[in-house]
Design a protein around this ligand. Sequence first.
Ligand SMILES: Nc1ncnc2c1ncn2[C@@H]1O[C@H](COP(=O)(O)OP(=O)(O)OP(=O)(O)O)[C@@H](O)[C@H]1O
Length: 236
Amino acid sequence: MNQNDNSYKLNSTVQIKGLNYWYGNGLTRKQVLYSISMKIDPGEVILLTGPSGCGKTTLLTLIGALRKTQQGELFVLGHQLHGSERKTRQIVRKNIGMIFQGHNLLRCLTAEQNVQMGSDLLQRLSYQARRDNSREWLRAVGLADQMNKLPHDLSGGQKQRVAIARALSARPKLLLADEPTSALDSVTGREIVSLLKRLAIEQNCSVLMVTHDPRILDVADRLLNMEDGRLLPIVQ
Ligand SMILES: Nc1ncnc2c1ncn2[C@@H]1O[C@H](COP(=O)(O)OP(=O)(O)OP(=O)(O)O)[C@@H](O)[C@H]1O
Protein backbone atom coordinates (compact mmCIF):
# COMPACT_ATOMS: atom_id res chain seq x y z
CA MET A 1 0.00 0.00 0.00
CA ASN A 2 1.54 3.31 -0.96
CA GLN A 3 1.03 6.73 0.60
CA ASN A 4 -1.46 7.81 -2.05
CA ASP A 5 -3.69 4.83 -1.19
CA ASN A 6 -3.75 5.93 2.41
CA SER A 7 -4.57 9.58 1.77
CA TYR A 8 -7.32 8.44 -0.61
CA LYS A 9 -8.89 6.41 2.20
CA LEU A 10 -8.60 9.28 4.64
CA ASN A 11 -10.04 11.82 2.18
CA SER A 12 -13.04 9.74 1.14
CA THR A 13 -16.00 9.59 3.50
CA VAL A 14 -16.33 5.87 2.78
CA GLN A 15 -13.86 3.59 1.02
CA ILE A 16 -14.72 -0.10 0.60
CA LYS A 17 -12.65 -2.81 -1.04
CA GLY A 18 -13.50 -6.51 -1.41
CA LEU A 19 -16.18 -6.55 1.28
CA ASN A 20 -17.88 -9.92 1.88
CA TYR A 21 -20.51 -10.70 4.48
CA TRP A 22 -22.24 -13.85 5.71
CA TYR A 23 -25.20 -14.45 8.02
CA GLY A 24 -25.46 -17.60 10.16
CA ASN A 25 -23.00 -20.32 11.06
CA GLY A 26 -22.12 -23.82 9.91
CA LEU A 27 -24.69 -25.33 7.56
CA THR A 28 -26.93 -22.27 7.77
CA ARG A 29 -24.11 -19.89 6.82
CA LYS A 30 -25.16 -17.82 3.84
CA GLN A 31 -23.18 -15.22 1.95
CA VAL A 32 -25.15 -12.03 1.29
CA LEU A 33 -22.45 -9.56 0.16
CA TYR A 34 -19.82 -10.41 -2.48
CA SER A 35 -16.68 -8.38 -3.20
CA ILE A 36 -18.26 -4.97 -2.70
CA SER A 37 -15.94 -2.11 -3.68
CA MET A 38 -17.05 1.51 -3.72
CA LYS A 39 -16.36 4.94 -2.32
CA ILE A 40 -18.33 7.95 -1.22
CA ASP A 41 -16.72 11.39 -1.44
CA PRO A 42 -17.42 14.25 0.96
CA GLY A 43 -20.71 15.96 0.13
CA GLU A 44 -21.76 13.30 -2.40
CA VAL A 45 -25.39 12.10 -2.55
CA ILE A 46 -25.58 8.44 -3.59
CA LEU A 47 -28.75 6.42 -4.08
CA LEU A 48 -28.53 2.64 -3.71
CA THR A 49 -31.22 0.60 -5.43
CA GLY A 50 -31.87 -3.09 -6.00
CA PRO A 51 -34.46 -5.82 -5.48
CA SER A 52 -35.65 -6.84 -2.06
CA GLY A 53 -33.18 -9.08 -0.26
CA CYS A 54 -30.14 -8.15 -2.41
CA GLY A 55 -28.19 -6.88 0.61
CA LYS A 56 -28.74 -3.10 0.67
CA THR A 57 -29.61 -2.83 4.36
CA THR A 58 -26.77 -5.16 5.30
CA LEU A 59 -24.32 -2.91 3.47
CA LEU A 60 -25.80 0.20 5.09
CA THR A 61 -25.53 -1.27 8.59
CA LEU A 62 -21.91 -2.32 7.99
CA ILE A 63 -21.02 1.21 6.85
CA GLY A 64 -22.92 2.57 9.86
CA ALA A 65 -20.71 0.45 12.18
CA LEU A 66 -23.84 -1.30 13.46
CA ARG A 67 -22.37 -4.71 12.53
CA LYS A 68 -18.88 -6.11 12.69
CA THR A 69 -17.05 -6.37 9.38
CA GLN A 70 -16.03 -9.95 8.59
CA GLN A 71 -13.91 -9.72 5.46
CA GLY A 72 -12.61 -6.87 3.33
CA GLU A 73 -11.57 -3.26 3.83
CA LEU A 74 -14.11 -0.80 5.14
CA PHE A 75 -12.88 2.72 5.88
CA VAL A 76 -15.50 5.11 7.24
CA LEU A 77 -14.51 8.70 8.08
CA GLY A 78 -10.88 7.64 8.08
CA HIS A 79 -11.34 4.66 10.43
CA GLN A 80 -10.73 1.08 9.34
CA LEU A 81 -13.74 -0.86 10.65
CA HIS A 82 -12.44 -4.34 9.84
CA GLY A 83 -10.92 -5.62 13.07
CA SER A 84 -11.74 -2.36 14.85
CA GLU A 85 -12.39 -2.04 18.56
CA ARG A 86 -15.79 -1.22 19.95
CA LYS A 87 -14.54 2.29 20.83
CA THR A 88 -13.63 3.01 17.20
CA ARG A 89 -17.08 1.88 16.07
CA GLN A 90 -18.65 4.15 18.68
CA ILE A 91 -16.64 7.14 17.42
CA VAL A 92 -17.69 6.40 13.85
CA ARG A 93 -21.36 5.99 14.85
CA LYS A 94 -21.34 9.35 16.60
CA ASN A 95 -20.41 11.01 13.32
CA ILE A 96 -23.10 9.30 11.29
CA GLY A 97 -26.76 10.33 11.09
CA MET A 98 -29.30 7.61 10.42
CA ILE A 99 -32.84 7.80 9.09
CA PHE A 100 -34.96 4.70 8.65
CA GLN A 101 -38.27 3.74 6.99
CA GLY A 102 -40.22 4.15 10.15
CA HIS A 103 -39.07 7.51 11.44
CA ASN A 104 -37.95 5.95 14.79
CA LEU A 105 -39.10 8.90 16.85
CA LEU A 106 -39.74 8.33 20.53
CA ARG A 107 -43.50 8.44 20.95
CA CYS A 108 -43.53 10.01 24.39
CA LEU A 109 -41.24 12.93 23.42
CA THR A 110 -42.25 16.10 21.57
CA ALA A 111 -40.76 16.99 18.19
CA GLU A 112 -38.31 19.33 19.93
CA GLN A 113 -37.27 16.72 22.51
CA ASN A 114 -36.75 14.13 19.76
CA VAL A 115 -34.46 16.52 17.88
CA GLN A 116 -32.67 17.35 21.09
CA MET A 117 -31.56 13.72 21.29
CA GLY A 118 -29.44 14.51 18.23
CA SER A 119 -28.21 17.86 19.57
CA ASP A 120 -27.25 16.22 22.87
CA LEU A 121 -24.47 14.39 21.02
CA LEU A 122 -22.75 17.78 20.67
CA GLN A 123 -21.10 17.47 24.03
CA ARG A 124 -19.12 20.68 23.98
CA LEU A 125 -22.26 22.83 23.80
CA SER A 126 -24.17 24.07 26.83
CA TYR A 127 -27.71 22.85 27.45
CA GLN A 128 -29.12 26.14 26.14
CA ALA A 129 -26.98 26.02 23.00
CA ARG A 130 -28.12 22.44 22.31
CA ARG A 131 -31.72 23.50 22.79
CA ASP A 132 -31.26 26.44 20.40
CA ASN A 133 -29.63 24.08 17.92
CA SER A 134 -32.67 21.76 18.05
CA ARG A 135 -35.05 24.64 17.50
CA GLU A 136 -33.00 25.95 14.59
CA TRP A 137 -33.15 22.54 12.95
CA LEU A 138 -36.89 22.28 13.41
CA ARG A 139 -37.17 25.70 11.76
CA ALA A 140 -34.90 24.54 8.92
CA VAL A 141 -37.23 21.61 8.16
CA GLY A 142 -40.29 23.89 8.32
CA LEU A 143 -41.68 22.75 11.67
CA ALA A 144 -41.19 25.88 13.79
CA ASP A 145 -44.86 25.83 14.76
CA GLN A 146 -45.02 22.10 15.56
CA MET A 147 -42.22 21.86 18.13
CA ASN A 148 -44.40 20.86 21.05
CA LYS A 149 -46.36 18.18 19.26
CA LEU A 150 -45.98 14.48 19.93
CA PRO A 151 -45.26 12.22 16.95
CA HIS A 152 -48.81 10.86 16.78
CA ASP A 153 -50.09 14.41 16.18
CA LEU A 154 -47.81 14.83 13.15
CA SER A 155 -48.32 13.60 9.56
CA GLY A 156 -45.97 11.01 8.02
CA GLY A 157 -44.06 13.73 6.17
CA GLN A 158 -43.75 15.86 9.29
CA LYS A 159 -42.41 12.88 11.27
CA GLN A 160 -39.75 12.30 8.61
CA ARG A 161 -38.85 16.00 8.80
CA VAL A 162 -38.33 15.61 12.53
CA ALA A 163 -36.17 12.54 11.84
CA ILE A 164 -34.09 14.56 9.36
CA ALA A 165 -33.71 17.40 11.87
CA ARG A 166 -32.67 14.93 14.57
CA ALA A 167 -30.11 13.22 12.31
CA LEU A 168 -28.57 16.46 11.01
CA SER A 169 -28.62 18.32 14.33
CA ALA A 170 -25.69 16.21 15.51
CA ARG A 171 -23.66 17.60 12.55
CA PRO A 172 -22.85 14.21 11.03
CA LYS A 173 -20.33 13.87 8.22
CA LEU A 174 -22.31 10.99 6.72
CA LEU A 175 -26.04 10.40 6.59
CA LEU A 176 -27.39 6.89 6.00
CA ALA A 177 -31.05 6.68 5.03
CA ASP A 178 -32.92 3.39 4.52
CA GLU A 179 -36.01 3.99 2.38
CA PRO A 180 -36.94 7.28 4.06
CA THR A 181 -39.80 7.91 1.63
CA SER A 182 -41.42 4.47 1.62
CA ALA A 183 -44.31 5.44 3.88
CA LEU A 184 -44.99 8.74 2.10
CA ASP A 185 -47.02 9.76 -0.93
CA SER A 186 -45.00 10.72 -4.01
CA VAL A 187 -45.21 14.51 -3.59
CA THR A 188 -44.26 14.39 0.10
CA GLY A 189 -41.53 11.82 -0.61
CA ARG A 190 -39.92 14.05 -3.18
CA GLU A 191 -40.19 17.07 -0.95
CA ILE A 192 -38.52 15.20 1.92
CA VAL A 193 -35.65 13.91 -0.22
CA SER A 194 -35.05 17.34 -1.78
CA LEU A 195 -34.99 18.89 1.69
CA LEU A 196 -32.63 16.22 2.94
CA LYS A 197 -30.31 16.79 0.00
CA ARG A 198 -30.31 20.59 0.36
CA LEU A 199 -29.59 20.49 4.09
CA ALA A 200 -26.93 17.80 3.73
CA ILE A 201 -25.15 19.80 1.02
CA GLU A 202 -25.19 22.90 3.22
CA GLN A 203 -23.40 20.83 5.90
CA ASN A 204 -21.00 19.17 3.42
CA CYS A 205 -22.46 15.89 4.68
CA SER A 206 -22.33 12.83 2.37
CA VAL A 207 -25.55 10.88 1.91
CA LEU A 208 -26.08 7.19 1.13
CA MET A 209 -29.75 6.46 0.63
CA VAL A 210 -31.40 3.12 -0.06
CA THR A 211 -34.54 3.50 -2.11
CA HIS A 212 -37.05 1.57 -4.21
CA ASP A 213 -38.62 4.82 -5.31
CA PRO A 214 -37.87 5.52 -9.00
CA ARG A 215 -39.36 9.02 -8.67
CA ILE A 216 -36.48 10.33 -6.62
CA LEU A 217 -33.53 8.88 -8.54
CA ASP A 218 -32.69 12.22 -10.18
CA VAL A 219 -31.79 13.67 -6.76
CA ALA A 220 -28.60 11.59 -6.73
CA ASP A 221 -25.11 12.65 -7.78
CA ARG A 222 -24.53 8.96 -8.44
CA LEU A 223 -26.66 5.80 -8.57
CA LEU A 224 -25.51 2.41 -7.37
CA ASN A 225 -27.39 -0.74 -8.27
CA MET A 226 -27.17 -4.00 -6.36
CA GLU A 227 -28.26 -7.49 -7.27
CA ASP A 228 -27.75 -10.75 -5.38
CA GLY A 229 -25.21 -9.19 -3.03
CA ARG A 230 -23.12 -7.60 -5.77
CA LEU A 231 -22.78 -4.04 -7.03
CA LEU A 232 -23.56 -3.95 -10.73
CA PRO A 233 -21.29 -2.11 -13.13
CA ILE A 234 -22.55 1.42 -13.79
CA VAL A 235 -24.15 1.87 -17.18
CA GLN A 236 -23.85 5.53 -18.28
N1 LIG B 1 -30.26 -11.09 10.64
C1 LIG B 1 -30.29 -11.86 9.57
N2 LIG B 1 -30.02 -13.18 9.65
C2 LIG B 1 -30.02 -13.97 8.57
N3 LIG B 1 -30.26 -13.52 7.30
C3 LIG B 1 -30.53 -12.23 7.15
C4 LIG B 1 -30.56 -11.32 8.26
N4 LIG B 1 -30.84 -10.07 7.80
C5 LIG B 1 -30.98 -10.20 6.46
N5 LIG B 1 -30.82 -11.48 6.08
C6 LIG B 1 -30.84 -11.98 4.70
O1 LIG B 1 -29.78 -11.35 3.98
C7 LIG B 1 -30.19 -11.01 2.67
C8 LIG B 1 -30.00 -9.52 2.46
O2 LIG B 1 -30.91 -8.82 3.31
P1 LIG B 1 -31.01 -7.23 3.35
O3 LIG B 1 -32.02 -6.86 4.37
O4 LIG B 1 -29.65 -6.68 3.50
O5 LIG B 1 -31.55 -6.91 1.88
P2 LIG B 1 -32.26 -5.61 1.32
O6 LIG B 1 -31.77 -5.46 -0.08
O7 LIG B 1 -32.07 -4.48 2.24
O8 LIG B 1 -33.79 -6.02 1.32
P3 LIG B 1 -35.11 -5.09 1.45
O9 LIG B 1 -35.10 -4.18 0.28
O10 LIG B 1 -36.22 -6.09 1.42
O11 LIG B 1 -35.00 -4.39 2.78
C9 LIG B 1 -31.64 -11.49 2.53
O12 LIG B 1 -31.61 -12.75 1.92
C10 LIG B 1 -32.12 -11.58 3.95
O13 LIG B 1 -33.12 -12.58 4.08
